[in-house]
Design a protein around this ligand. Structure first.
Ligand code: RM4
Ligand code: MN
Ligand code: MN
Length: 397
């Protein structure tokens, strides 16, 4: 296939060879909205089923060898569950990815976890974080990925500043426990579940807390966690510049934290984010964790995940097509229209034939979604899990 952006097919293949994106265990489970839950026959209700689904996605795409785990949902027994997880890694050939603490579900965390005014509750939250660090170490997983849901709903009801101090203490203590090769990622989100103030509401707060915690703490950007119109790629550029970008939770959104399939609403945005990363000049992109964080209420879980990984690969391939040398020249000379067209040219290329050729050369199914449909996997799991799922209306994931 002809590529007319000044780049070569080999450059795109090299980008695809290096591209990995982690899938979330919770993306295979039954989820819902605050108004209801639509149980799917094929949804995973056990950690074994989640591993099986993750392995299926990896077999079809070749790009998702790790699965993110949410401790409370996937390792309810905490550290005691580590041997069982190891056995599943072996059985299914996918590894544990980021370890996600759960500091938002217990009733005790109603007024916060690491920013709770009660020192006992903060201690309980810290103990959970330390358990997660230990679980990560035992599983050989690099990142403990924290989303802190703390906040308040009404002005004047909490001391925002005291809570900053409490968070610093807990995050510092968690950082101190990190072993060789371990990191902690600090995620931010402007609102929900809190509606007046969220303790870690934006990248500035996350960055400052990560810096104060220590060098192994980095910022995690969830693309759904911004106000409308926020220039996310600019945040990415800044975090790259100051060496504090730990990774991403990719998803798309139309209104709030919608957790829609990545690229479904605004594929150009993800292209722009990938371009910032590819043009940053950083040799070591392995330090930036690409993860999917989605919840598929209406789509079939495995199909939606395959669709997401494939879309991510295509948008990454498009970003690899930008003629960065030429773009830099045009930017330098302020040749605006030519610069913009150079950038857009890459975005508008149909990369699907190149990606198909790459898949064939790597022994992967050429059309992953079609291969999934033909494999009968979804019918099989729907048949096997259906009756169990019909009875299950309880947990979130
Ligand atoms: C949050 C946030 C976290 C995810 C939970 C389930 O909105 O994105 O990363 O773990 O949802
Ligand atoms: Mn997230
Ligand atoms: Mn979210």
């Amino acid at each position: 296939m002809a590529i007319n952006t000044g780049r070569t097919v080999e450059q795109v293949w090299a980008a695809l060879d290096g591209f990995r994106i982690e899938v979330p265990s919770w993306g295979f489970a039954n989820t819902g909205t605050r108004f209801g839950k639509f149980v799917q026959g094929g949804a995973a209700t056990t950690i074994e089923e989640k591993f099986a689904d993750a392995a299926e996605v990896n077999a079809l795409t070749g790009a998702s060898p790790t699965v993110a785990l949410h401790v409370l949902w996937d390792l309810p027994g905490g550290k005691a569950d580590v041997p069982a997880i190891r056995a599943l890694e072996k059985k299914f050939g996918v590894r544990s990815g980021s370890i996600n603490p759960n500091l938002f579900q217990d009733a005790e965390y109603k007024f916060g976890s690491i920013a709770n005014p009660s020192s006992e509750i903060r201690k309980k939250a810290l103990d959970h974080l330390l358990d997660c660090v230990e679980i990560g170490r035992e599983l050989g997983s690099r990142d403990v990925s924290m989303w802190i849901a703390d906040g308040s709903n009404y002005p004047g009801t909490q001391s925002i500043r005291k809570r900053i101090g409490w968070m610093e203490e807990v995050l510092g203590a968690t950082h101190a426990a990190l072993g060789e090769g371990q990191r902690m990622l600090v995620e931010y989100k402007p609102f929900e579940p809190a509606f007046y103030h969220t303790d870690i509401a934006d990248w500035g707060m996350a960055l400052e807390l990560a810096r104060r915690a220590g060098p192994k703490a980095k910022v995690l950007v969830d693309t759904g966690h911004h106000y409308q119109g926020t220039n996310i790629e600019q945040i990415v550029a800044w975090l790259l510049h100051v060496d504090e970008l730990g990774g991403f939770h990719f998803n798309d959104r139309k209104y709030a934290d919608d957790d829609l399939t990545l690229g479904s609403i605004d594929p150009y945005q993800l292209f722009r984010i990938f371009h910032e990363i590819l043009s940053s000049g950083k040799d070591d992109q392995a330090g930036i964790a690409f993860m999917i964080d989605q919840s598929h209420n209406l789509k079939g879980k495995v199909e939606a995940m395959v669709q997401s990984v494939v879309t991510a690969q295509e948008l990454y391939a498009k970003a690899a097509l930008v003629d960065r040398e030429r773009l830099a020249e045009l930017q330098q000379q302020c040749r605006l229209v030519e610069a913009e067209e150079c950038f857009r040219d890459a975005f508008w290329q149909d990369v699907r034939p190149v990606v198909r050729d790459w898949r064939a050369a790597r022994g992967l199914p050429v059309e992953p979604l079609k291969a999934l449909a033909e494999s009968g996997y979804v019918e099989k799991i729907t048949h096997e899990r259906g009756s169990k799922n019909a009875r299950s209306v309880s947990s979130y994931a």
